[in-house]
Design a protein around this ligand. Sequence first.
Ligand code: BG6
Length: 494
Amino acid sequence: MVSKIIPVPSFDCIVFGGIGDLAERKLIPALYHRQCIGQFTEPSRIIGLSRSSVTENEYRNFVYKSIETHVKDEDIDSLEIEEFLERFSYISLDVTKELGWNQLKERLECSQAGVRAFYLAVSPALFSDIAVRLGETGLITPDTRIIVEKPIGKDLDTACALNNRLGDVFSESQIFRIDHYLGKETVQNLMALRFANALYEPLWNSNHIDHVQITVSESVGLEGRIGYYDHAGALRDMVQNHMLQLLCLVAMEPPSLLDANAVRDEKLKVLRSLTPININNVGKCTVRGQYLAGASSRGLVKSYQEDLGELGKGQSDTETFVALKINIENWRWNNTPFYLRTGKRMASRVSEVTVTFRPIPHSIFTNDAGEVIANRLVIRLQPNEGVKQWLMIKDPGPGGMRLRHIPLDMSFADAFSGRNAGAYERLLMDVMRGNQTLFMRRDEVEAAWKWIVPILDGWEQTGQPVHGYNAGTWGPSRAIAMIERDGRTWNDTL
Ligand code: BG6
């Protein structure tokens, strides 16, 4: 089936942090791709903002370079680029001072676009100030939206404080909290797989599913984000948001329709049903790790402490890896643990959900047939997106009944031709459409923090150690021991 392009209303997209890393690597290329496929309605403009004094020409050069660097050669079209560059303008603006605000107001007042989207691609420390200033300057129309990136706070209190400040100025339906994992093609496929097929739903519960594993491993290290990361750590950086969102999509009840609030209501119920992990069970249900020097897929790499250099003074106990065993207290999942693990400098870059079904109740086969291995559904989010349903079959040919465990393998690259749209493309267009299904609602973010904070407190109060793991491995051996104590193993076919 040919995909259908639904144009979005005309917009002004105003990017705070217009010459920053996020704008360069993600936002500009994403908008370019969406123009190329014809999703814009005219007049649509993009206004870059930052403190630097940059001329319009210099800014367009920056945009051009971003496309040259981050868009594949086969997708570069000089006529499209020309048209794209015409949408851009730049204002030098200081968030906390007077510089640029009047100019921004004037530029927006003469706008004929339908939607006004303020993208805060800046440090979260500036989110509140910008929101308040947008209100004071009178820039918020009924069709205005604000887009914020994580981290939304560093604990429950700071998240609530930020949400309050945003809520003073914007209604919840105008606030788009990005979790870019929700924009990934295969993450959405989780919903299609579960709710567009009759096959899985009757089996999707503790009676038939033994356990679920969610792995998000990265081969990269800090990538220059030392200051942020050393204060955050893997639990805040990856689990509070991306991984809990994945868990919610796997575990939630079917919403009554694919509507933003219906979906988010169901995810919220999951977050509120997670068994607390706190001072009492944090040693049993979590493992913290930190990478040591080692041979990764990127060659020989330094340890976390060395990467921190002077800043860490060899003493940081920030976790770059975390594994968790999570129980969900509801009828559907009561006996089915969810094991999560994520880390930097691991053996490879893989994001995968593995659903392991219960073993058959009785085997009719003799030992000669070989072991009957439980069925497994593996949803690969990246790279090489696809779905594998592992089944037992008879080994073809004569020689009696011998069983084999093999996958029904649907690689998306083989099944579908064409470019796979990146997460930011989809999410940006959803902002313009006003569709919040793939964005986090305030209560979700706060429920996630409410569950995460006792883990952080538990670690501190019980002095949970950070176990070293060599770069290029699957994390500390304790993480393996944690799952093996339950008679299970991490999916090693990654
Ligand atoms: C970000 C984290 O949210 O997600 C990073 O802050 C992490 O630390 C990144 O590297 C992973 O995203 P992706 O899309 O590369 O899996």
